[in-house]
Design a binder for this molecule. Structure first.
Ligand code: F6P
Length: 378
């Protein structure tokens, strides 16, 4: 019988965090379970910082709110936690401290709202005897074993609106309009928004591109009297035989992927301008994709995930991730989600060791894009 639970939101924020929190709290209250929110993800677990969540006060009116009412942390792998002492930076395994805090607070279960890195750490904590239940979050839509993550639909909607706007300005000035979208090493946002926004070309990490094929598509459009084109470029897209575009390094500590992607859109725009003779402009959509109110779809998905996660806790089903399998709510073991990345405390996040879900060539989105003539750069 669970009596007291805590929610932890971790990693880059998405629209829908608060909707999940609200659904967990509401379902908890209905079952006489007390609910707490850990402040700023795994960082709050280390520092033992949390607040009481209830629908009367702290978790009231939050459904449409962007961000996370309990914060989130992008730099907190508790197995490699950054500690600064006397001006010296060290990385320590503070997982035992987290276990101790959870036990002393009497939390019967921790809900980990996050992407693959967060769920990797959750699995590692579950191996230390903690009851955890994951909820799949990320705009990138790349968490293994689930059809969709919360936050993704909102990101696609924002990108689609941007494409609509780029269309009209591109058409007016006879330009190639390039939109760089997020997604890290997966092309879901780029592909789906390209279909929704009527783009002519979509370049995704899963299909290293040949710029000539994009040039051909644009020239074909010119031959039809269409003197503008709209191109979506995933931040992780790369040319055939070339490298991913890296803008720099982020300081998210050890044990996470610190690559800061960026520049893919600008470099595609430059090449297309040189090779077609049309003017090209590049826009990077950036954090617009993560902020603000969730779409109706994401509000419902987040609510379903939150309620399901609490239901799993009541059933005593721990060490799992709440998922959507062929459109139906379900759960899978965190072991399956973590996949090949089995080493406790090992690098988590989007690295080659991690088990992320990428776009496959058999996916309906790829087939649909090809059927309607979107050039995928191959
Ligand atoms: O994983 C979500 C995401 O928004 C990616 O799409 C993007 O590459 C990355 O996070 C940006 O991370 P940061 O918040 O560290 O700049």
């Amino acid at each position: 019988m669970i009596k007291k639970v805590a929610i932890l939101a971790n990693g880059g924020d998405v629209s829908g965090f608060n909707a999940v929190i609200r659904a967990i709290v509401k379902t908890a209250e209905k079952n006489n379970v007390e609910c707490y929110g850990i402040i700023e993800g795994y960082r709050g677990l280390v520092n033992n910082e949390y607040i009481k969540l209830d629908t009367a006060n702290t978790a009231s009116g939050i459904l449409p709110k962007g961000g996370s009412i309990i914060g989130s942390s992008t730099n907190s792998n508790v197995f490699h936690y950054k500690v600064e002492e006397n001006g010296k930076v060290e990385y320590k395994d503070l997982s035992d401290k987290c276990v101790q805090n959870i036990k002393e607070n009497g939390f019967d279960c921790i809900f980990t709202l996050g992407g693959d890195g967060t769920q990797k750490s959750a699995r590692d904590l579950s191996l230390k005897g903690i009851n955890v239940i994951g909820v799949p979050k990320t705009i990138d839509n790349d968490v293994a074993c689930t059809d969709i993550t919360f936050g993704y639909n909102t990101a696609v909607s924002v990108a689609t609106e941007a494409l609509d706007r780029l269309h009209t300005t591109g058409e007016t000035h006879h330009r190639i309009m390039v939109l760089e979208v997020m997604g890290r090493y997966a092309g879901w946002i780029a592909l789906e928004s390209a279909i929704a926004g009527g783009a002519d070309i979509a370049l995704i990490p899963e299909i290293p591109y040949n710029i000539e094929s994009a040039v051909e598509k644009i020239k074909h459009r010119i031959s039809q009297g269409k003197r503008f084109s709209v191109v979506v470029v995933a931040e992780g897209a790369m040319p055939k035989g070339g490298e991913i575009s890296v803008e720099g390094t982020r300081d998210n500590g050890k044990g996470v992927d610190n690559t800061k992607l960026g520049g893919a859109g600008a470099s595609v725009a430059k090449e297309l301008e040189n090779l077609t003779g049309l003017e090209a402009r590049s826009t990077t959509l950036g954090y617009m994709q993560r902020g603000g109110t969730p779409t109706a779809f994401d509000r419902v998905l987040s609510t379903k995930y939150g309620a399901k996660a609490m239901e799993l806790a009541i059933e005593g089903k721990f060490g799992v991730l709440a998922v959507l399998k062929n459109g139906v709510l379900d759960s899978v073991s965190l072991e399956e989600v973590v996949g090949d990345n089995k080493i406790v405390g090992a690098v988590s996040g989007n690295t080659k060791e991690s088990n992320i879900r990428k776009v496959t060539m058999e996916h309906d989105l790829v087939k649909t894009a090809r059927n309607i003539g979107i050039c995928l750069g191959d």
